[in-house]
Design a protein. Structure first.
Length: 364
């Protein structure tokens, strides 16, 4: 079986959860004797560096985002030529777009979430994006959903037949830490970790407002904000709006290895999203021995399990209380670490690849 992953996500993301998903999925499918090729003639994605060279049709070139429309045109036209030469059985679309491929080749797409479809999420009710997503879904021969929650949302919000959907849970490429291996550095124990951008459904604003309600948290903990470099200005605006000192916050970027180091040493991860289709940072935290405090938005309870108390992402007082309940109790911290180290075994890229292969077989 020949499967081509298209270029859509790789020319848009340097790093990121979606491109990491395809990198890990592709490597596992290759182990399961699927002939996977990454068709991304011009890309800027660091997550492709571990892909075998003979499976990567493209070159990494760093370019500013305003070049994306031009790069999209170049990639689309070159991809058509490459696909004609390889003659894949399936093109697996990595993200939604207006581009269309030959009807002679089966088309599989992964659906990540309904952030553009649900009314509770401000700034994400983009009608054009909704139309593109719906068109891609209607044209797909099969749809992969990254959680049972997303599958149910796809059926309820977009009316897709259940027969057309398979669930393929995600994972993390972090190696699991054993409890005995944990040796947390005291200098980071007074930090709470936030991962991701600062706008929209990620709910950074309510998290910071909740932090502003607690003088106790402000006195004892600083906020370490990882990633989303482009939204640093937005984040600082939210901090100033809440009349909090900027020196209570530290903005950092870096590699997956650096993020893993942070997970292993901070007091806890705070994950306040209004909605997530999966929530890879929860799995990363569990594998790293990092306790987390999370909202119950979307699939987060499905991923995080029953081992913690979740908060209402719209209730700032509830967010504050749940954070305090975790970070000021050594028993809760240790219980959360142990629970996470056991639960993370539920998620593996090999199982994700196996379920994906089963889905491919349904269309050819």
């Amino acid at each position: 079986m020949k499967v081509n992953f298209d270029y859509e996500i790789f020319y848009q993301q340097k790093y990121g959860g979606i491109s990491s998903y395809y990198s890990n999925l592709g490597k596992e499918l290759l182990k399961q004797n699927v002939d996977v090729n990454f068709i991304c003639p011009v890309h800027k994605c660091y997550n492709l560096k571990s892909i075998p060279k003979d499976k990567l049709y493209g070159k990494k070139i760093l370019y500013p985002n305003f070049f994306n429309p031009l790069v999209n045109v170049i990639n689309f036209n070159l991809s058509k030529i490459i696909n004609l030469n390889i003659k894949p059985d399936i093109v697996h679309r990595t993200y939604f777009s207006k581009n269309s491929y030959s009807k002679k080749v089966k088309n599989v797409i992964t659906f990540y979430d309904v952030t553009h479809e649900i009314s509770e999420i401000k700034n994400y009710k983009n009608e054009n994006t909704k139309l593109i997503k719906k068109e891609n879904i209607n044209k797909a021969d099969h749809i992969l959903c990254i959680s049972k929650t997303v599958k149910n949302d796809l059926i309820n919000y977009l009316g897709v037949s259940e027969k057309k959907i398979s669930v393929t849970l995600l994972s993390s490429d972090y190696k699991k830490k054993e409890y005995s291996e944990l040796n947390k550095k005291k200098k980071l124990q007074n930090f709470l970790l936030y991962v991701g951008n600062r706008s929209g459904y990620k709910n950074f604003e309510n998290f910071i407002s909740a932090y502003a309600l607690s003088k106790k948290l402000q006195n004892d903990f600083r906020i370490l904000i990882f990633g989303g470099e482009k939204s640093h200005i937005c984040g600082k605006g939210i901090i100033l709006k809440n009349k909090l000192p900027i020196n209570s916050f530290k903005f950092v970027n870096g590699t997956n290895e650096y993020l893993k180091y942070l997970y292993q040493n901070v007091r806890a991860l705070i994950y306040p999203s209004i909605y997530e289709g999966f929530g890879i940072p929860l799995v990363e935290a569990m594998r790293s021995g990092c306790p987390f405090v999370s909202s119950y938005g979307g699939a987060l309870r499905e991923v995080g399990g029953t081992g913690i108390n979740y908060f209402n992402p719209s209730d700032k007082e509830d967010i504050k209380n749940k954070i305090e309940d975790m970070v000021y109790s050594e028993d809760n911290i240790n219980n959360a670490i142990n629970y996470g180290l056991n639960r993370c075994d539920k998620f593996s890229w090999s199982e994700c690849a196996r379920e994906t292969l089963n889905a491919y077989k349904k269309v050819i």
